[in-house]
Design a protein around this ligand. Structure first.
Ligand SMILES: [Zn+2]
Ligand SMILES: [Zn+2]
Length: 308
């Protein structure tokens, strides 16, 4: 992980140099992406003050495929969620389809009675009924509540993950699943690493190409088998196929499963210079989402731009 990653602005500049047609959408979302990228650092002290830390990794839980936050109370995130909502609500309201809902959303996300915490717990538990009930009471369309909740929760969970000293889920055989070891979400994007050199003896230490899944919800990243599908866990030759542009793909592609037809965007770092901001890249590869929709494939992780 030695290579430092590009900023949101650098990543957007790189995408626009090749796909200028995405200028309106990338510029519309740049303030939100940048705020989400810088918020986690500001939120760490708030979590410290609340005594909120990522629960310790338990090997047995990992072996039983239970994510770190599964079943945990998120009450200690209240102050951080409130701060994230204060910063992000003005940016979210700039987006089409959201404006009309800002008063109701403000009342919901800035309420003092932990409604955001309840919604976040329901989201992590995959409890759609509770989310729909909360949306109904708040007079918000469920899709709008979900979009805003995910945007507000992501930097808070990233602050929590960044406070963990190491990534115990990446130790050998610690985690085998295609969903996030921390929050249980499916990955929004994946990356294949470059060849690694061992400086001490100057021998090639690894040929690269290891697959890492990236969680757009909490920022955690974990190793995954390249021949397996993160969604249905089918594994073997012929299960995963690649979808990419014929020319100048720069390592950008979709990996899709021939069994369950789900797909995930992938960046092969061996085929490009620099390490882009992955959340920006997921949006910047929406031209491939369109091709996937035509092939009747569905995204592993739904986002506002890949629902066709
Ligand atoms: Zn996660
Ligand atoms: Zn599958």
């Amino acid at each position: 992980m030695a290579e430092s990653r590009q900023s949101v602005a650098e990543t957007i500049a790189g995408i626009l140099a090749r796909r200028p047609v995405l200028r309106p959408v990338l510029h519309a979302f740049q303030p939100l992406l940048e705020a989400q990228a810088t918020l986690p650092q500001q939120l760490v002290p708030l979590l410290d003050k609340a005594g909120m830390h990522l629960p310790a990794w338990q090997a047995e839980r990992g072996q039983h495929s239970a994510s770190v936050l599964a079943g945990e109370s998120l009450a200690g995130l209240h102050t951080a969620l409130h701060h994230a909502a204060t910063v992000l609500l003005p940016l979210l309201q700039a987006h089409q389809g959201i404006q009309a809902h800002v008063p109701a959303a403000t009342a919901f996300f800035l309420s003092q009675d932990n409604k955001t915490v309840a919604a976040a717990e329901a989201l992590l538990a995959g409890d759609e009924n509770t989310l729909n009930t909360l949306a109904g009471k708040a007079k918000l369309p469920p899709a709008v509540l979900l979009f805003m909740l995910e945007a507000i929760l992501a930097p808070v969970l990233r602050a929590l993950v960044s406070s963990a000293a190491e990534q115990p889920w990446n130790k050998e055989n610690a985690w085998h699943e295609g969903y996030c070891p921390v929050c249980g979400a499916f990955p929004s994007i994946a990356w294949l690493d470059k060849a690694v050199f061992d400086e001490k003896n100057a021998f090639l230490a690894g040929g690269g190409g290891k697959k890492h899944l990236h969680c757009g919800q909490c920022g955690a990243e974990w190793f995954f088998r390249r021949s397996a599908c993160p969604a249905c866990a089918e594994e073997g030759s012929g299960i995963i196929e690649l979808l990419r542009e014929a020319k100048k793909a720069q390592g950008e592609r979709l990996d899709w499963c021939t069994k369950c037809k789900s797909y995930c965007p992938v960046i092969d770092l061996r085929e490009r210079a620099g390490f882009p901001n992955l959340d920006t890249m997921a949006l910047g590869m929406m031209h491939l989402d369109l091709v996937a929709a035509e092939k009747k494939l569905h995204p592993l992780k739904a986002a506002f731009w890949n629902q066709f």
